[in-house]
Design a protein around this ligand. Structure first.
Ligand SMILES: [Zn+2]
Ligand SMILES: [Zn+2]
Length: 91
């Protein structure tokens, strides 16, 4: 059996027919979770970033690629720079 392509995760909900499994996709840019009702609707609720080839939400579609790791690095650099500046001010 060929491995099934998983969009990101599986969410579980209690529906009127009991436990309903809903596949979810985590946006690679803003980490927003998007429920995927079914495979055919997948392209309507999520998009693929052409820069990092990851699934992204429709809010991030059409915006420049911002992988979460790059955003964290930028925050760390800004924090480091602020610390260096504070050291200079104190001396
Ligand atoms: Zn997003
Ligand atoms: Zn991207």
């Amino acid at each position: 059996m060929a491995p099934r392509l998983k969009p990101g995760g599986v969410g579980q909900y209690f529906g009127c027919e009991g436990m309903v499994e809903v596949e979810t996709s985590t946006c690679a840019h803003c980490q927003k979770m998007t429920d995927i009702p079914n495979r055919r609707k997948m392209q309507e609720v999520v998009d693929i970033c052409r820069a990092c080839m990851k699934l992204i939400c429709l809010d991030c579609a059409g915006k420049p690629c911002v992988p979460i790791m790059k955003r964290i690095e930028a925050q760390e650099q800004a924090y480091y720079r602020r610390q260096q500046l504070e050291k200079l001010m104190r001396s």
